[in-house]
Design a protein around this ligand. Structure first.
Ligand SMILES: [Zn+2]
Length: 440
């Protein structure tokens, strides 16, 4: 099956930066076969992209998709009070709930231009038999793309940890043949995983040739706790345990010190910034400009809906391009082009798919989005990169293609029944989020 995207303005990227030019794009199977001006090809489906920008789909480098159930549920609370409240709901979730809430997340991501996400799925429910499969199933059934990890916490030799670790490994194996799915380990954080567990998971990553993703230096409470217990920073602590000896996506790093930054640069750690979540939970602002100066691969995540409360990466890009300027009182700090790279090419690099995802080039996977430029927020089109970061809100996303397949066309989803997903999620809410004020 061939698809020709015709007449669009195409966003391209090379060493000299971003540029956009009129090009047609031919997709064969799941890859970009040709980028050429005024193409004429027989036997292909033609997508009219006139008046639209064709750009790489966005990559959400840190989220918890099942947490859509927590949307607008535990707001304006201190970090550990928040964690306590969302945990109670999590403990009641079944794998079927994880499936539906992950699908809800995928709907929101498709509609706001994301084509791939790095997920740390549910960690705390004790009775579940297949949470990672539930999240992976939602990705498989919707035609989406994801890197999934099971959130893991505890000590390595407790019955519960052994059970969950074994489960995660078995479930990764079950989905080995799914080409749109990758897996990582997901040690939750240095305050929730004991040292032996972190070491065990790192060994397991090495054996399986996978990476891991972990929350690091997110809050002051975490900094104080680790300092008290281990006499060091969370980043230095996990480095000493060897956690960075495999590819790592470290989420947050709000309180990273200059020494921590040196370590992460040396070890090639990718950092997923989550500026909205950090603000909402009162955790502050990561030293994003220092990460960039140290040539760290910085990518962008939304975190889960419990702490954002949105999975819209256009909103996140906007926040990222503003808050670090404000926090540092410096208008040159973290520019629009940097932020766009975080949400595309850098995200691809973080998941080991550099050159294949996050950019439009011949031979790359066809994960593309079409943006309607005939909207007031793009007028006049002085600078489209600035428009994407400072003016767009995600509603301009018109068509979404993942792995060569159209998942949304003219804002109509083609693979997911929204009504069915909304109904299922309302039923989960009825069962688990019982407060009266939440009922319609
Ligand atoms: Zn998180």
């Amino acid at each position: 099956m061939k698809t020709l995207i015709k007449g669009g303005l195409v966003l391209l990227q090379d060493e000299s930066g971003w540029r956009y030019e009129k090009q047609d794009i031919l997709i064969e199977e799941n890859r970009i076969a040709k980028i050429t001006p005024s193409a004429v090809f027989e036997d292909c489906r033609v997508l009219d992209a006139s008046g639209k920008l064709v750009m790489p789909g966005l990559i959400n480098a840190h989220t918890h998709a099942y947490m859509t159930i927590h949307r607008n549920y535990a707001d304006d609370l201190a970090f550990f009070d928040w964690l306590d409240k969302v945990q109670k709901v999590e403990d009641g979730m079944t794998e079927e709930d994880v499936y539906w809430t992950t699908l809800l997340a995928i709907i929101e991501m498709i509609k706001s231009g994301t084509t791939c996400f790095v997920d740390m799925t549910i960690k705390s429910a004790k009775e579940m038999t297949g949470p990672l499969s539930a999240a992976a199933g939602a990705v498989r059934d919707s035609g989406f793309r994801a890197v999934i990890s099971r959130g893991l916490a505890g000590v390595s030799d407790s019955d519960e940890s052994i059970m969950k670790y074994g489960q995660a490994v078995r479930e990764m194996e079950m989905f080995r043949e799914e080409k749109r799915l990758q897996f990582m380990h997901g040690p939750h954080a240095p305050y929730s995983c004991m040292a032996d567990y972190l070491e065990k998971l790192t060994r397991s990553c090495k054996e399986r040739g996978i990476g891991q993703t972990i929350h690091l230096s997110e809050s002051l409470a975490e900094m104080d706790g680790i300092k008290k217990e281990h006499g060091t920073t969370p980043i230095q602590y996990v480095y000493d345990l060897g956690v960075f000896d495999v590819p790592v996506i470290a989420a947050h790093c709000v309180y990273a010190t200059d020494e921590d930054i040196e370590i992460m640069a040396k070890k090639g750690v990718s950092i997923a910034l989550n500026p909205k979540s950090n603000m909402k939970l009162g955790n502050g602002f990561a030293p994003a400009h220092k990460f960039l100066n140290a040539s760290i691969n910085v990518c962008l995540g939304t975190d889960g809906c419990g702490s954002n409360n949105s999975l819209n990466l256009f909103q996140e890009m906007n926040a990222a391009a503003l808050v670090y300027k404000g926090a540092n009182r410096q208008a040159q700090c973290v520019g629009a082009a940097d932020v766009l790279r975080m949400a595309t090419v850098n995200g691809a690099k973080a998941i080991g798919r550099e050159g294949e995802l996050g950019e439009i080039r011949e031979g790359a996977l066809a994960d593309l989005i079409l943006i309607n430029l005939n909207e007031p927020q793009f007028m006049p089109a002085n600078n489209i990169i600035s428009g994407l970061v400072y003016s767009a809100n995600g509603s301009e996303v018109d068509t979404v293609i993942v792995d060569g397949r159209i998942l949304m066309e003219n804002r109509k989803l083609t693979t997911i029944n929204e009504t069915e997903v909304f109904k299922a999620c309302r039923e989960i809410q009825d069962r688990l989020c019982m407060e009266k004020e939440n009922r319609l």
